[in-house]
Design a protein around this ligand. Structure first.
Ligand code: FPP
Ligand code: MG
Length: 294
């Protein structure tokens, strides 16, 4: 039957992929790959076999994403909660990750793997990092904002996911990317992860396309509100500075404008300095971790 396949997709799949690609496409898709153990039970195979097929399904899904022009994927591979599972299962999952991970990395797509992750832990860590920045004198308290928190998350190098898919019929986020998905299309599908198909992925993308303009509108108005809040904070900062220098806060609009520009530039400079220091701190932490575990 290989004649009906062109690479990863059959001709009919390729045709549908092209139809879907005519609409707005998600650039970044996140997956909660759920249902491996239920799949194993259903097929009367070992639990480890369910997880192993889950890994293989991820490799296949990444190729479909690539065929559809989706270059960035984030997966919830292992939550902090998953450590509560039996030692045998956790060890088995770690073994699978060691064996199959390099194969997954061969797929030519940006893959973010959230391992030993929970979103609340990520957000509270970002808040602690900003508090550290203020304590070190790298940041002013007024620099703390939603946009700075974005930059302190582990996902700071990626755009927010456009589409989040959870399989196995569970309708919850289980502490995954809570901050990053506030304007994403959430799609819950009943299929168990190892049985995920190209058609399931198409269905999720169609649902994203149906909601696209509403999502876009919500995202735009949120960004607008964020800009307005930043402007308000900058204005308040300037008012305080003018008062400290003994000027009337509302007088001399040219002085106020100049000070506003200067303050904005200084804020940007402080934030860049803080982010560089944060990067060094994180690199140091990982180097120390590698030395300890070597
Ligand atoms: C959820 O099914 C799946 C997991 C906890 C493991 C997910 C990991 C993979 C599929 C492999 C990808 C990993 C890497 C490192 C790239 P479940 O065990 O919760 O099954 P259930 O919901 O039926 O109980
Ligand atoms: Mg589960």
């Amino acid at each position: 039957m290989s004649w009906i396949r062109e690479g990863e997709l059959t001709i009919i799949e390729r045709f549908c992929a092209n139809v879907i690609k005519a609409g707005p496409m998600p650039k970044h898709v996140a997956f909660i790959m759920d249902g491996n153990r239920r799949y194993a039970q259903k097929c009367h195979v070992e639990r480890q076999q369910g997880h192993s097929q889950g890994f293989d399904k991820l490799a296949q899904t990444l190729r479909w994403c690539l065929n559809l022009g989706i270059r960035e994927v984030t997966v919830y591979a292992f939550s902090i909660e998953n450590f509560k599972r039996s030692k045998e299962e956790v060890d088995g999952l770690m073994d699978l990750a060691r064996q199959k991970f390099s194969r997954i990395l061969e797929e030519q797509c940006f893959l973010n793997v959230c391992f030993a992750y929970t979103s609340r832990h990520e957000i509270s860590n970002a808040v602690r990092e900003m508090a550290w920045g203020v304590e070190q004198g790298l940041l002013e308290p007024s620099d703390v904002s939603e946009s700075l928190l974005d930059k302190c998350l582990y996902t700071n190098n990626s755009p927010d996911p456009d589409l989040l898919i959870r399989t196995s019929g569970e309708v919850r986020l289980s502490d995954f990317l809570l901050w990053q998905t506030s304007h994403s299309c959430l799609v819950f599908q009943s299929v168990l992860w190892p049985e995920y198909s190209f058609w399931n992925l198409c269905e999720a993308i169609l649902r994203f396309q149906m909601n696209y303009s509403a999502l876009q509108k919500a995202r735009d108005s949120y960004m607008e509100e964020r800009r307005r809040q930043q402007m308000e904070r900058d204005q308040a900062y300037v008012t305080k500075k003018l008062q400290q220098e003994g000027f009337a806060s509302h007088g001399d609009s040219r002085r106020r404008r100049t000070l506003l520009q200067k303050c904005t530039a200084m804020r940007e400079e402080r934030i860049q300095g803080f982010l560089q220091a944060l990067e060094h701190k994180r690199v140091d932490f990982f180097e120390r971790l590698c030395t300890v575990s070597a």
